[in-house]
Design a protein around this ligand. Structure first.
Ligand code: ATP
Ligand code: MG
Length: 185
């Protein structure tokens, strides 16, 4: 049996994209503390991945966009207050010790979207983190970071293109989180 030409695909992920202030704060920490022991992520690439569809066809992308458009969520704040090291992927990261319920709901909704579009979400539990550097040889001597208060009012679908000089990310679509938080009493 003959197979036709391979269908073109795009490598996609859903993410929280920092505003300039949050990006500068994350980059400032990375520049001050990460030197030759690791390869810093370029400032422009700093983000939090919420869900990772990976390489998908145009029809799966359409399905993901339609599912994402149906997600209801409220704006929330995420405090980046700690840094750590995962030795196996050799990653230095900045994260949140208490991710709020809203971000868990968003991750859950996106995992449901992946499943609805025939994709298998990452089986490992999600962790709220920004990768600061790769190929890290050891942990940093610090585990805390001056808290960075990140106000989140949208999530994004991002395309990842791997160039010889490294990955380049391009935001394809953004969806606002505009649900109202009900006040009691
Ligand atoms: P490169 O793979 O080119 O070295 P990268 O890992 O930054 O660079 P991608 O692999 O396209 O680029 O990943 C895009 C985002 O999705 C990154 O935040 C990455 O950590 C995350 N990611 C990649 N693979 C997975 C996966 N299997 N599960 C969850 N998140 C993933
Ligand atoms: Mg990768």
């Amino acid at each position: 049996m003959c197979s036709g030409p391979a269908e073109p695909t795009q490598r996609l992920f859903f993410a929280l994209w920092p505003d300039t202030g949050v990006r500068d704060a994350l980059a400032g920490f990375a520049h001050a503390h990460i030197h030759k022991q690791a390869r810093r992520v370029p400032d422009a690439n700093l983000h939090i991945t919420l869900a990772f569809p990976g390489s998908v066809s145009a029809s799966v992308r359409e399905c993901l966009e339609a599912a994402a458009a149906g997600i209801q969520g409220s704006p929330f704040e995420l405090t980046i207050d700690r840094v750590g090291y995962w030795p196996r992927p050799r990653i230095l990261w900045a994260g949140s010790s208490h991710p709020p319920a809203e971000v868990w709901s968003l991750v859950k909704a996106l995992r449901t979207a992946l499943l609805a579009c025939g994709l298998q979400p990452e089986p490992r539990p999600w962790q709220a983190h920004v990768t600061l550097a790769r190929k890290a040889r050891h942990a940093l001597p610090v585990t805390e970071i001056d808290p960075i208060c990140w106000s989140i009012s949208e999530f994004c679908l991002v395309e990842s293109v791997t160039n010889p000089s490294g990955p380049v990310y391009r935001i394809i679509r953004r969806w606002p989180l505009e649900g109202q938080t009900l006040s009691m009493g």
